[in-house]
Design a binder for this molecule. Structure first.
Ligand code: NAD
Length: 460
């Protein structure tokens, strides 16, 4: 079978690239080894974790969040099994939706494992045997999986990764989370809300590395107030199961005990089994595939996108790279603005960021003005009863161009879209400040922060 393009992997990078390529008139094959398309994000990442974050937030609101609204709640009971079933239904529905989209766009879908077999050649091994297919171009989009720590071997029982923590059958009385990154904070929040005593062990002296430090600090205080415990500057060196407990060792500290351990210390590219070295594809020391500005690997006509290559491991980054990659095949150009990729931690409150952090600007010796606005001064946040956090806008001191926007607060993940557009269109803080924002909305806090860049916020 011959195609114009073979895409290996049907995660957000791969299935979006397949659909866009088909829209552009290419004959496309997309290969996926898991039983359902959608990748980590849809099956065991973004989507199931958001389902659990929403459910657990409703639970915790009922338990202790509604009294100030004048709503008295009786006996609240948790049905974890039902919560998990709901999560699984959402995953299944969305995954079937991806299947439908691939079909609608006439992408030929193969369920099997792909291996590069020479220029333009791929062998798919599936339940019904081996199929050899060919194409002018191949895109690798096989994503990533959790990395392990030496001495902390997941056993799928008491010591596990996000894969297990998305489906615990019972609320673990004591949960140790190793790593205070995206996954640690999101899944740590879920189990903290559902009643676990959560302790986060983090190697650095801060949480959420990569986020604006100021926001990380604010988030740490809020998470502590929510009951999570943090041990920063703690390098985990091992974990072992002893009877019903796990003992976690940290360098220079006393061991800590828990019922379950969630290992969340990053992810690594899925490159095994593809025969990359046989195909002449170079990797870097971090195990990622090296690509040029056009996603081209060191092998001719083989491209790579998403978690396999440099840059943040985010579904929307992979999608955008997939689109840019196939558009350049047909149109001759395709572009991703790496400075305008929002990052969101879906805790409560949410934490969202786009563009440069203050630390990056200082390091790059860029002079900037800063405008901040607290949600406590926003009418809608008051009505919601969610007043923690703030919006911070960093704008170039000379040109007023917006360089970075950082938000911790209610619906920060939705509010950041406006900031991403502002950066994409090279807007100034003045542009944002002059745009009319409906009243009363949370988005007014963004406008007020833009006004504050020029020290003329109205409400603070
Ligand atoms: P991460 O890179 O965000 O955080 C890992 C943390 O583990 C870091 O803070 C690191 O310092 C710490 N760590 C490393 N070694 C340690 C040790 N020995 N002891 C203690 N702490 C140690 O990784 P993650 O949370 O596993 O997430 C993986 C990827 O998945 C991230 O790159 C993220 O982009 C993506 N993700 C995104 C979202 C989202 O967009 N909301 C959600 C989940 C995951």
């Amino acid at each position: 079978m011959t195609f114009d393009l073979i895409v290996i992997g049907a995660g957000p990078g791969g299935y979006v690239a397949s659909i866009r390529a088909a829209q552009l008139g290419l004959k496309v094959a997309c290969i996926e080894k898991e039983s359902l398309p959608g990748g980590t994000c849809l099956r065991v990442g973004c989507i199931p974790s958001k389902a659990l974050l929403e459910s657990s937030e409703k639970y915790v609101d009922l338990v202790n969040g509604l009294e100030e609204h004048g709503i008295e709640v009786g006996d609240v009971r948790l049905n974890l099994h039902k919560m998990m079933q709901r999560k699984e239904r959402i995953v299944e529905t969305l995954s079937m939706g991806v299947n439908g989209l691939l079909r609608k766009n006439k992408v030929k879908y193969f369920h099997g494992t792909a291996r590069l077999e020479g220029p333009g050649k791929v062998l798919v091994t599936g339940a019904s045997g081996k199929t050899a297919i060919e194409a002018n171009r191949i895109i690798l989009a096989t994503g990533s999986r959790p990395t392990f720590l030496p001495g902390v071997e997941p056993d799928g029982q008491r010591i596990g990764t996000s894969n297990e923590a998305l489906g615990y059958e019972e609320v673990p009385p004591r949960l140790i989370v190793i790593g205070a990154g995206y996954i640690g904070m999101e899944l740590g929040s879920v189990w903290n809300r559902l009643g676990s005593e959560v302790t986060v062990l983090e190697y650095l002296d801060r949480i959420l590395p990569g986020m604006d430090f100021d926001l990380s600090e604010a988030a740490l205080k809020i998470f502590e107030k929510q009951g999570m415990k943090f041990n920063l500057g703690c390098r985990v060196t091992g974990a072992r199961t002893e009877g019903e407990e796990v003992i976690v060792e940290c360098k220079g500290q006393n061991p800590v005990k828990a019922d379950r351990v969630l290992l969340a210390v990053g992810r690594k590219a899925n490159t095994e089994g593809l025969n990359l070295s046989g195909a002449g594809i170079e990797m870097n020391e971090r195990g990622q595939i090296e690509v040029d500005d056009h996603f081209q690997t060191s092998a001719e006509n083989v491209y790579a996108i998403g978690d396999l290559i440099r840059g943040p491991m985010l579904a929307h980054k992979a999608e955008e790279e997939g689109i840019a990659c196939v558009e350049q095949f047909v149109n001759g150009y395709g572009h991703v603005n790496y400075n305008a990729i929002p990052g969101i931690v879906y805790t409560h409150p949410e934490i969202a960021s786009v563009g440069k952090t203050e630390e990056q600007l200082r390091e790059e010796r860029v002079t900037y003005n800063k405008g901040e606005f607290p949600f406590s001064a926003n009418g809608r946040a008051r009505a919601l009863g969610s007043t923690e956090g703030k919006v911070k806008i960093l704008a170039d001191r000379k040109t007023d161009r917006i360089l970075g926007v950082h938000i911790i607060g209610p619906r920060a993940g939705d509010l950041i879209a406006e900031a991403a557009i502002a950066i994409e269109f090279s807007a100034s803080a003045e542009d944002l400040a002059r745009s009319i924002h409906a009243h009363p909305t949370l988005a007014e806090a963004v406008r007020e922060a833009a006004l504050a860049v020029d020290e003329r916020s109205i409400h603070s």
